[in-house]
Design a protein around this ligand. Structure first.
Ligand code: FAD
Length: 530
């Protein structure tokens, strides 16, 4: 466990009292974005404590519809969590005899009291959880700690979300890294040189398979109503977040829930795809990446488990060896990087730009929101952007290269505030994850940690030619272009004669890329000169 103070001076994790003398009764594990039993630090620690004193472990998950709305969670993401929760509950029951109770708490500020009530009713003395680094979540945890401490109950936060714990790698000047490449070098160093098996976040600890022990045999009887009481049941869905009809069966077909499904996906990726990951990962038509993001975002699998498996597949190496593995490890490092950024610079959680000077960019007018609407609907007239937006609305997921194209198009070509796009992505992604989404958007909008200056502006036609050279991806998601061959499919209005283009029923480009680029550069230049 640890407490951590960010550079902005806010306490991200409440400190555990150094001498915790609270007598142990039952132990409560609070699941959040860590919906797994294996390699779960808080769960391992909770079960270890209960074992030493012969007490029971109970588990809880809190649903706050208000929280989902405030954080723009996509219905498909919430549904995916509920289905994973069912699998987790079954596994906890079967393998550990641990009951999982679901508390539905409409308003987030009622969560601390409801947890306290639960703890009192079930004779809980210790509450364990894995830390979430976002500001709202840190504040919530601080008030829970205060309340529990006041009632002489103990809280035990654990760091589990990252491969390397935020705060554990800093520059020589002891400041946080703000650029990915040196961060990654230091991250790899840290992983390769960690020696102490007891240091939290060390690789030695990562390689230790946590083995939670079962509850005492009497636990099932003692807590029988937790297993069966409908008040603690997992809802089939949340009425305030109805799943669009076309997504009803997607979870079963595309994203089967549960730890075994996540591990099967990882194994399949490692055996069939990772060897060519570095070649295929940027091509949206190819099935070249892991598609593990929904599972990682919900914590059904841990990033450590992914790293460990990739490392094994590369003879223990992280920097050299198979290029595909090295490339994939780099993506896992990006995931850590954005979490570290959020931890050290909590302003990014408050709708603020990482590069504060870019707050002065004057975004373009968009009367009646026409341009934004065209972007949301995948009707900008730029096929690679439109295909991505339609893919996301259809299946709740978008390929990384296309996320970059769509985000850059909104923030540079349309010169619309990147925060509108960040929100829209969250509202539709099954893998919606604050740190990665915010990091990706700020990267694209040049307001974030990108080392490149603001004049990186993707040309959507060239991106399409380069990364979807046969036009396969674009044709898959844009039926209007089904019959259009290359090269016209990359820029239909520019390549086809007017009559031919009009017959397609596809949108005319809503901006001229060259002019839009000039406008964006001028706006950024002006803002930075202020
Ligand atoms: P793989 O290529 O197989 O990579 C493995 C894992 O590494 C991913 O599952 C993910 O956890 C991590 N990862 C890969 N690329 C990145 C990256 N650029 N940044 C951070 N982590 C990465 N990822 C999310 O998980 N949730 C989001 O909400 C999200 N929003 C994004 C928004 C924008 C504008 C951009 C540019 C990127 C965003 N990403 C997000 C990152 C990335 O697009 C997805 O993680 C990736 O497409 C998921 O596919 P995969 O699992 O096949 O990834």
């Amino acid at each position: 466990t640890a407490s951590a103070t960010t550079t902005a001076g806010t306490t991200a994790t409440p400190a555990t009292p150094p001498e915790d003398t609270t007598p142990v009764q039952n132990v409560l594990m609070w699941f959040r974005t860590d919906l797994r039993m294996d390699d779960n630090r808080a769960l391992s620690a909770a079960t270890a404590l209960a074992r030493t004193v012969g007490k029971s472990v109970l588990a809880v998950y809190v649903i706050s519809p208000q929280d989902h709305r405030m954080h723009d969670d996509a219905p498909i993401k919430v549904q995916f969590r509920l289905r994973n929760l069912e699998m987790l509950r079954e596994k906890l029951d079967k393998e550990l005899n641990v009951p999982l109770a679901v508390l539905t708490v409409e308003r987030r500020k009622e969560i601390p009291m409801r947890l306290l009530e639960f703890a009192k009713n079930w004779e809980v003395s210790h509450l364990f959880w894995n830390v979430e680094y976002e500001v709202d979540e840190s504040r919530r945890d601080a008030s829970i700690t205060e309340l529990f401490t006041h009632h002489r109950l103990s809280t035990r936060p654990h760091h589990d979300q990252c491969i390397v714990q935020p705060g554990h790698i800093l520059t020589k000047g002891l400041t946080p890294y703000t650029v990915f490449t040196p961060f990654k070098a230091s991250w790899l160093n840290h992983l390769e040189t960690q020696k102490s098996p007891t240091t939290p976040g060390s690789l030695a600890l990562l390689d230790q398979a946590p083995t939670p022990t079962s509850n005492p045999s009497t636990a099932r009887n003692a807590h029988a109503s937790l297993f069966t009481d409908p008040a603690f049941a997992i809802p089939a869905s949340l009425p305030s977040l109805p799943l669009p009809a076309h997504q009803k069966n997607l979870i079963q077909t595309l994203y089967p829930p549960g730890e075994p499904a996540a591990h099967a996906r990882l194994t399949a990726f490692l055996t069939t795809k990772i060897a060519s990951y570095h070649l295929a990962r940027d091509q949206p038509a190819k099935d070249g990446c892991s598609a593990l993001s929904p599972y990682l975002a919900a914590g059904v699998i841990s990033a450590r488990q992914c790293l460990r498996a990739a490392r094994r597949a590369n003879g223990g190496k992280l920097r050299t060896g198979k290029e595909g593995v090295v490339g994939w490890v780099s993506e896992l490092a990006w995931r850590d990087f954005y979490r570290h950024v959020l931890f050290h610079f909590p302003r990014v959680c408050m709708g603020r730009a990482f590069k504060q000077e870019t707050e002065k960019v004057e975004w373009a007018e968009d009367p009646r929101g026409v341009k934004f609407k065209a972007w949301c609907e995948g009707k900008t007239g730029f096929p690679i952007v439109d295909a991505g937006m339609r893919q996301m609305k259809e299946i709740g997921w978008m390929h990384n290269r296309v996320r970059m194209c769509a985000a850059m198009f909104l923030s540079k070509d349309l010169l619309l505030d990147w925060r509108m796009g960040e929100k829209f992505f969250m509202q539709h992604l099954i893998d919606g994850d604050f740190a990665s989404n915010n990091g990706g958007w700020q990267w694209a909008a040049s307001t974030g940690t990108d080392a490149q200056p603001y004049f990186r502006v993707f040309n959507p036609h060239l991106q399409s030619e380069r990364f979807d050279s046969e036009g396969e991806y674009v044709r898959r998601w844009i039926p209007e272009l089904k019959e259009v061959r290359v090269p016209a499919v990359h820029d239909p209005s520019g390549a086809l004669v007017k009559e031919e283009f009009e017959k397609l029923g596809y949108a005319y480009p809503i901006v001229d890329h060259k002019q839009a680029r000039e406008r964006a550069l001028a706006a950024y230049k002006k803002a930075l000169a202020k």
